[in-house]
Structures are given as C-alpha cells and as structure tokens.
Design a protein around this ligand. Structure first.
Ligand SMILES: [Zn+2]
Length: 306
C-alpha cells in the first residue's frame, strides 16, 4: 500500500532538531510497567541466579534498574552464552522470551556454559512500546564506543570484560506491522528523507553476520523454531525487508558496521531472532516459545561445535 501522508512531526525533507525530538517525546505515552513486568519477575529468579543491576537509566522522570542475570555456578573454565532481549523495547516477545528461558530452560545448562541474560536492555522503550529511546535514538544502530544511546553504552560496558570469552550470543527481536506503519515513517521523518514503503515478512526469520556467517548454526535454530511457529518465506525477489534470503529464513547484515547488538560480543556464534507477532497464524505464547526455542537450540549447537 502506498504511504502518502507525511509523518506528523517535522518538515518533510529536513532532519529533526531539538524541537522536533521534544515534540516526538511529548507524544509518547507510558503504557506498561517495567517494575511489574520485568523487575518483579527477575526478583523471583534470585533464589536460582545471580542478579545484578549493571547500571541505571534515568529517563522521563523515572529511574530504571538495568538488570543482568548470571549463572550462579559461574566457572572460568566454561564458555559464556549471552542472551539479550528488549533492545527494542516494543518487541515484547524478546523480553518475555528471555524471562521464560530463565524460568523454564536455563537450569538445563548449569555446569555446561556460563549464562548472562539481559532481558530488557531498553526499559523506557518497553514501557512506551517504542523502538527508539527517549532521545529518539535507535539503540540497535548504536552499539559502539562512545554511543549516544545510554542503553547501548551500558550494555557495551557490561559485556566488554567478557570479550573473547563469549561463545554464543542470541539477540531477541521482532519485526512487526508497526515497523511499516509507524517506526519506518518516523525514521524517514527524523532523518529528513523520503519514506519508501516496504514489506513485512510473514513469519520468523534470523539475521546472521554477513562478515562471519555461520550457516549451519542458523539453520539449526531455524529448524528448532519451525517446530514452534512458521518461518517467513522470501518475497518474489528472493528477499526479506530488502535483503537477499541466503538460506531458509535467514538474511545477513554486517552487524558490527551497523552498530547492532549482535556485534558487541565478538562471539563465534551470533544470531538475531525476528519473531512476527502480528501474523494471524501465531499467538503471543507461540512467539515467546519461538524465542525460547531459538536460545536453547543456539546454546546446544554452540556447545556441540566448540
Ligand atoms: Zn528489533
């Protein structure tokens, strides 16, 4: 469908300044509680895992604890597995999937791999059901030294000491209908460029690192998820969201160059999950289960291919 309206903030063709960013911020509303949905659920895990507040985020008059959950029996002789969710706060199954993994499956890996799970990288985005942070910055284009996104800088600092020790990193995301209806038009408006309509793949897919692809790893995760929910097909051009489909359900990005979360650990096995929650063929519970299946299959594959 052709998108003809202009985004309601800013002047078409001109990048936003401070006034436009402030107008955008004012338009955001708090819709759910990080304390109730995430912090309380993490507190219930404290009997089984080590929970640390690795930083705090002050945003919009609130102070959010940034929480990391670690294996209690952390052993220096074991490899490290990292799971990150809620880099994009609106992508709910990434947050819930990380929590469900901790609640249901993480114990199965005790004594095999040291786990570090950050279920909600962007609490303000979670509460406001937003892709960007409060400063209208996309955290998932901002994982680099000196990042202007505080959420990204805090995660980079948390993981920096583990560089070289991380064997596998799974970053949990969604691709939603609101990407096309809201977030891509907002991005075009913010940057003063024309909005080019695109498509949203119907189903789950993965993003591999084009610079260091691991096709066997990606296909193992796809096969595990396919038992839970459907995998997105390529479009008529053999692509998904403008990128060539390199294998069933897989596209590739240069994750470090783009400042994506998947690039920050340097792990041999890295993937970004993309669940599609708006499909009539799936449910929220199935999307959460797809995230858990991704994590479990990724960890098992990495441990079997060290
Ligand atoms: Zn995302």
């Amino acid at each position: 469908m052709q998108q003809t309206r202009f985004y309601p903030i800013g002047t078409p063709g001109q990048p936003w300044g401070d006034a436009e960013r402030a107008a955008w911020r004012t338009a955001q509303t708090r819709q759910r509680s990080h304390a109730d949905d995430v912090v309380a659920r993490v507190d219930a895990l404290r009997t089984r895992f080590d929970v640390a507040v690795y930083d705090q985020l002050d945003a919009g008059g609130r102070c959010y604890p940034l929480l990391a959950i670690r294996s209690r029996d952390w052993r220096p002789d074991l490899p490290v597995g990292v799971v990150t969710g809620g880099v994009h706060g609106y992508e709910t199954s990434g947050v819930v999937g990380a929590l469900e993994f901790l609640e249901q499956s993480a114990a199965d890996f005790a004594g095999r791999i040291n786990l570090l799970v950050v279920p909600c990288v962007s609490p303000w985005g979670y509460e406001h059901v937003q892709r960007w942070n409060i400063d209208a910055i996309d955290p998932n284009r901002s994982f680099r030294a000196g990042s202007p996104a505080r959420e990204s800088a805090a995660l980079v600092a948390l993981l920096a000491p583990l560089r070289g020790e991380v064997l596998v990193h799974v970053d949990l995301h969604e691709t939603t209908d609101t990407d096309e209806s809201e977030f891509r038009p907002a991005l075009a408006a913010r940057d003063g460029v024309a909005f080019e309509p695109g498509g949203i793949p119907d189903g789950f897919y993965l993003v591999d690192d084009s610079e260091r692809p691991q096709p066997g790893f990606q296909q193992t995760v796809i096969a595990a998820v396919e038992r839970v929910t459907h995998i997105a097909p390529a479009d008529a051009d053999g692509e998904m969201i403008g990128s060539p489909v390199v294998a069933h359900g897989v596209i590739e990005y240069p994750v470090v160059e783009l400042g994506l979360c998947a690039g920050i650990t340097g792990a041999r096995y890295v993937t970004t999950t993309e669940v599609y929650p708006d499909s009539p063929r799936t449910t929220p519970a199935e999307c959460n289960a797809a995230q858990v299946a991704s994590i479990v299959s990724a960890l098992e594959y990495a441990l079997a291919h060290r």
